[in-house]
Design a protein around this ligand. Sequence first.
Ligand SMILES: *Cc1c(COP(=O)(O)O)cnc(C)c1O
Length: 400
Amino acid sequence: MISALMPNYKRADLAFEHGNGVWLTASDGRRYLDFAAGIAVSSLGHGNPKLVKAIAEQAAKVMHVSNLYRIPQAEELAELLVKNSFADSVLFCNSGAEANEGMVKTIRRAQYENGHPERTRILCFDGAFHGRTLAMISATGNPAYLKGFGPVVDGFDHAPFNNTNTLRSAITPETAGIIVEPIQGESGVKPATESFIKALRAACDEYGIYLGFDEVQTGIGRTGKLFAHEWFDVKPDIISSAKGIGGGFPLGAVLATEELAKHLTPGSHGTTYGGNPLACNAGIIVLNEVLTPGFMSHIQAVGEAFGKMLDDIVQHFPHIFDSVRGMGLMRGLHCIPPAGDVMAVAQHHGLLTVSAGDNVLRLVPPLIVTEEECRMAYDLLITTAQDLSSTQHPQQEKIS
Ligand SMILES: *Cc1c(COP(=O)(O)O)cnc(C)c1O
């Protein structure tokens, strides 16, 4: 008989009872070092006292009122985001896919209102991941996610990632905008090159189309800047955010310039839960924490130290890992054995990671992680690599 939960996930046989910082305790009492962070979500770690208190207090006051009324918490969070980013205005929602839908709708609507109703298509890139709604599996373009779900939602084109030569020929008179991840996450922690991002900006300016970044995974400090596009010194027209923005509470956002945002007039778009007092209060705590002076340089310093540790692992275990990818606290180790096997062995030794495409082991710890905790992850990865080495090369093991 089928389980009560639909079988769309192949879950590890592991359940957690509580968490504290970068640690999770399973129902059998075993502690795990959490370098998965619920897939780059638990930005302040587990059980952050300020976040817990804010959510509990807000829950006791009022959780939800709908967008028929003013929501002071949403106004405050939007102002914080506007003050600290390129954006002039913010739309809240509940997830990454929904934020990307909002981004695409805003781009299309702005082109329509500007006298270009023919400009409806969005240019995306090979290896992208934009979410699992019908439109976003089409934006993602990965056949594995499209299979069996019927007609592909029209309006999305794809070009090679990081290829400036093929870019312009992919833009047509119907192109409304471009959407790209500053670092492709799900497909294997693949950073966009600065020249590629700059070429995207130049092409958008030349053709009068909009540049959108999917910062669902890379945003809210993950790479050591509030948003990863800031590393490129390129101004977007619109971006999406989710994952880390609520510190574990579901929240998504679309941030845009006034030129785009002004077209989302009353009635044009909506969401019942989006931007509710509870979610936004969580977002305010997370953002204030991430924007505390010194926090971003903490992420940069710890991220760099962690990167060096991973380089060291690659040097010592080239038959297990052959390269390090990513930046800040968004890292990937390209694996020689199947990344899923590496992830399982690491978990066996008490380290939680996430596998990604292209046979990559993803390491995305809470942003509050310390260098000492990275050192513990490093030690556990070495144990993992040693363990895998003995099963991969049983002969060598016997000789030595
Ligand atoms: C996770 C992710 C999404 C989808 O977010 P959901 O909250 O699962 O809908 C979209 N884009 C990127 C880059 C992501 O990493």
